[in-house]
Design a protein around this ligand. Structure first.
Ligand code: AMP
Length: 938
């Protein structure tokens, strides 16, 4: 049957036992599968597997559908469909030209019905046309070799409880081997002591799901813990976190109680600390350690301070009496009890050996308030006091008490003291005497007043004077100098006067008050000498810090001022320094005759009006394509000035990576700014349109151009302030040029408005956000963000985080991670641009050198992780296997496999490396071997 095309595989059949020279009819029935069919085949291990097959390659217009059962969505918003299939190459099928296809279509249909019996073709939505990939692996099936393809597609499913998948064959020879449907979650994790639950990723490939963490047991919130679950199932941007409660410390992501002998007082303390000296904790989880007996802690003592004791008494109290003043000096206690807050207080008593008392014991009364203590009576830090204004011829007892912060707690009170008894001699004054006395032992009721009777001894009682007082002391004035007086005192109660006391004799004097004190200044001198010593130490430390250099030595930032002195460098002139804006514009821009401009179409929308493209023909030159920005009608004076200022700025620049100003039209309306035309428009939109289509070298080439333009601007002392991919324009040769010289002006004009509404937060350096410090170094920060935008093909920096969170994350040290497939060196350069200290950031000239070096050595631009065993040896590796080999640990492949890490040699994902590090660290701990693995990049 010549007209019958045999099925693709030629089958050989041997017919045995036929009669020689006999005509035998052999009938061959060929079974052709017209629809999808469930067929058993043998897999590479000879195990039968079920597949769905279709192979109508001979007939045109095939439309064969195969549909799955209903698949519940289970909360997922984006599902992934992994299809494994084999597909016959049409070339290997003879005679099928025209009808044979090499693709099939994948469809889905969302539904709440889990048992739809019939679904119209038109209700399915197409996911993609799937073709066999080149990266197949070969599978032996019996004596044939099949090419097993694996393709993954993802689709947003959000509307219904579940969905159906369908496969449409349009005339290919396919066997569907497996279909795996899955969605991604960010796995339950603990970060900064907060637990983040297993979270289903968002619906879009760029969406971030904001998740609030909850503090782990025995911890409290430091700042609300937050993280974002990225579309790929990885956690991003941890913010905030928790702290272990007092008595607990962090260990492996949980809070563990401090053990016996340890304590933690505040949640913000780093960890449990050993109990300070003379204290102990007897139970786990102590927030403070108890003092050993005999030791104490003052209320104001921090828990970290050792327990202490009250001081012993002051020593060697010496008194020097000078008439009615006394200098008291003593030595500090022998034991200070472990504290430095010893202070002294003085008790002053007037004592008298009572002549009426048979026992001869001393009667002591507190001194009156008229006695002066210098520097003070209580709270003394010094060990010397001058007591003056004492009464003449009186016996005083002074008691010096030593106390410290724990005297009260210990109940030691006044026990630590020394005393001295002195007797004053003559009064400082010639005609005044101060008397004081004690209350009678057993008064007969409340004492209403005292009566003092006195007279000159020589005169006996022939003439005497009486004084009455409510207090127990009195100053007797108008006495004669150098005279002896006799005094009697009696008390009066409601019952009348009691008896007069026995007589006391006192003499008035005439001598001057003596000078006291010596050597006072020597102690002070000693103090100030040690003060100078401390001062010297501090200034030495400051010197050392300021001499520390970053790896990008701050030549540029430092030389900012020097540059103004350098006559060779052209400096940008701010057009706003011109009183007349038209003068500036005519100095820096050429006036173009409007008739030489031919506008063609609108290409964009600018701040002041439409942006059009068109042609410009200037006499004597060939026609060129230009972009034309115009100022819309009804503008204010300020708008006109702002509009033209961009041209005045641009006109000062002449560099291949800065947008070139052709000229302006100011003599007729509308006002126009004419610049060179950049065919590919702004860089961010351009990259998004060509996602994934450039080589790393091409991307670095673009970045080099931008860096070169920025170096030129910074050399001219121009600070851009709004460097972002949206403000870079791209021409047809992929040359990038810096444009948009508007923001600097806006910021200066109205700092308030600009500050709150116009700062492009995501692109701006922290110091520029917080205190408007815009410099070339803040432009470098923005350049780092542009690098990130370029390598991620126009992804929005910090995705859909809000501005406040971005500021907070940056403040906490978070930096954008490397975009997919980003060479380590490039990400490192970004991180350098995002140094908090602006002096540590590279300058544009250093960035340019670096990029030139990378372009000359493209090998350094591989996106692999650089892993090293020794810090100084860094080996770029392209696979886990190679990495293991590079650190001499390939034998651990099995261990890792057992731990669930499948050894795909082409896996490049960073997080896998992380898992590996952790596994290795565990492994090395288990085996008690030391394994030093350091990661250059991670
Ligand atoms: P601008 O006001 O400078 O932000 O311009 C608004 C938009 O117009 C830009 O985002 C570009 O898409 C487009 N545009 C501006 N200048 C040019 C140019 N020289 N060549 C091509 N497109 C331009």
């Amino acid at each position: 049957h010549h007209h019958l095309q045999l099925p693709p595989e030629t089958v050989f059949v041997a017919f045995l036992g036929l009669k020689p020279l006999t005509c035998t009819l052999i009938q061959l029935h060929v079974c052709v599968c017209l629809q999808w069919e469930e067929v058993s085949i043998m897999d590479e291990k000879n195990i039968p597997i079920r597949t769905y097959q279709v192979c109508n390659v001979l007939e045109p217009n095939q439309n064969n559908w195969l549909r799955t059962d209903w698949i519940p969505r289970s909360g997922a918003q984006r599902v992934y469909v992994e299809v494994k299939f084999t597909l016959r190459d049409c070339n290997s099928l003879p005679g099928v030209t025209g009808t044979c296809k090499e693709t099939f279509n994948l469809y889905y249909h969302e539904s709440n019905e889990d048992r739809e019996s019939y679904i119209k073709e038109s209700s399915f939505i197409k996911v993609d046309t799937v073709a066999a990939d080149e990266s197949f692996t070969q599978v032996d099936v019996g004596d044939r070799i099949m090419k097993l393809n694996t393709e993954v597609r993802d689709v947003k499913v959000m509307m219904r409880k579940g969905f159906y998948l369908a496969f449409q064959d349009v005339g290919a020879c396919i066997a569907l081997v497996s279909v795996r449907v899955f969605f991604k979650t960010c796995p339950l994790t603990i970060r900064n002591l907060a637990t983040f639950p297993d979270t289903v990723t968002g619906a879009d490939t760029s969406s971030l799901v904001e998740v609030r963490g909850s503090c782990v047991n025995q911890s409290e919130e430091r700042e609300e813990p937050k993280m974002y679950c990225g579309a790929d199932g990885e956690w991003l941007v941890p913010i905030g976190g928790c702290l272990c409660n007092p008595g607990y410390q962090e260990k492996g992501g949980t809070c563990k109680a401090c053990s016996v002998g340890f304590y933690k007082a505040k949640s913000s303390d780093a960890g449990c600390s050993k109990c300070p000296p003379h204290s102990h904790s007897l139970r786990d989880g102590a927030t403070v350690c108890d003092c050993h007996s005999g030791f104490f802690r003052a209320d104001s003592d921090p828990p970290s301070m050792a327990c202490t004791q009250p001081p012993s008494g002051p020593q060697q109290l010496i008194s020097v009496v000078n008439e009615t003043s006394v200098v008291l000096e003593w030595a500090p206690p022998r034991r200070l009890g472990g504290r430095s807050d010893t202070s002294y207080s003085l008790e002053c008593l007037i004592c008298q050996t009572g002549s009426h008392s048979q026992t001869g014991s001393k009667l002591c009364l507190p001194c009156g308030s008229d006695v002066l203590f210098s520097p003070d009576q209580t709270g003394l830090k010094s060990t010397r006091v001058v007591v003056s204004e004492l009464r003449a011829h009186t016996h005083y007892t002074f008691i010096v008490h030593a106390r410290n912060g724990v005297s009260q707690a210990s109940g030691a009170g006044a026990a630590q003291s020394v005393s001295v008894t002195v007797t004053t001699n003559q009064a400082a004054t010639q005609n005044v005497l101060s008397l004081s006395w004690q209350q009678p032992d057993r008064p007969n009721g409340v004492i209403l007043e005292y009566e003092v009777k006195f007279y000159e001894k020589d005169q006996k009682e022939r003439s005497y004077r009486i004084m009455r007082t409510f207090s127990r002391s009195v100053d007797v004035t108008a006495l004669n100098p150098l005279t002896v007086y006799v005094f009697h005192v009696r008390a009066r109660t409601a019952a009348g006067y009691g008896e007069f006391s026995s007589p006391f004799e006192f003499a008035t004097n005439s001598d001057p008050f003596p000078l006291i004190g010596e050597g006072v200044n020597s102690a002070f001198l000693l103090l100030s000498v040690s003060g100078v010593g401390i001062l010297l130490l501090i200034s030495a430390a400051v010197f050392i810090i300021s001499r520390r250099r970053s790896k990008y030595s701050k030549t540029k930032q430092d030389s900012e001022e020097e540059k103004h002195l350098n006559p060779g460098v052209k400096i940008y002139v701010d057009p706003f320094t011109y009183e007349d804006p038209d003068q500036a514009i005519h100095e820096f821009a050429k006036e173009i005759d409007v008739s030489s401009i031919h506008i063609e179409r609108v290409i964009g929308m600018g701040e002041f009006g439409d942006v059009c493209s068109g042609r410009l023909r200037v006499q004597g030159k060939r026609e060129i394509y230009v972009a034309i920005k115009s100022l819309k009608a009804g503008y204010s004076d300020k708008q006109r000035r702002d509009f033209l200022s961009e041209a005045s700025i641009m006109g000062q620049f002449d560099h291949p990576n800065i947008i070139r100003l052709e000229g302006v039209v100011t003599r007729c309306k509308p006002l126009m700014i004419i610049t060179e035309y950049m065919e590919n428009g702004s860089l961010d939109a351009f990259l998004r349109k060509h996602d994934g289509q450039f080589t790393v070298i091409q991307l670095v080439g673009m970045l080099r151009g931008i860096a070169s333009g920025m170096k030129y601007l910074s050399d001219m002392s121009y600070v851009h302030r709004d460097l972002a991919a949206r403000n870079i324009l791209v021409n047809s040769n992929l040359v990038c040029k810096v444009s948009d010289f508007g923001l600097s002006r806006v910021l200066e004009d109205d700092p308030e408005v600009a500050y709150t509404t116009r700062i492009p937060i995501r692109w701006t350096a922290p110091e520029a956000i917080t205190y408007r410090k815009f410099t070339s170094a803040s432009d470098v920060w923005s350049y780092g963000i542009v690098m990130w935008e370029v390598v991620s093909y126009g992804e929005r920096p910090y995705w859909d985080m809000n501005n406040q969170d971005v500021i907070k994350a940056i403040e906490e040290g978070y930096r954008l991670p490397a975009p997919m497939d980003c060479p380590v060196v490039l990400h490192q350069l970004m991180l350098d641009c995002w140094e908090r200290e602006r002096a540590e950031r590279p300058t544009f000239s250093q960035i340019l050198n670096m990029l030139d070096k990378l372009i000359r050595n493209p090998g350094t631009l591989r996106s692999e992780v650089c892993v090293s065993v020794l810090p100084e040896v860094c080996v770029p590796v392209s696979s886990v296997c190679e990495w293991l080999r590079s650190i001499g640990l390939e034998r651990y492949g099995d261990t890792l496999a057992a731990a669930g890490y499948t050894m795909h040699c082409h896996v490049k994902k960073m997080d896998l490396y992380w898992h590996l590090i952790i596994t290795f660290l565990r492994l090395s701990m288990l085996k008690q071997t030391s394994l030093h693995v350091s990661f250059e990049h991670v």
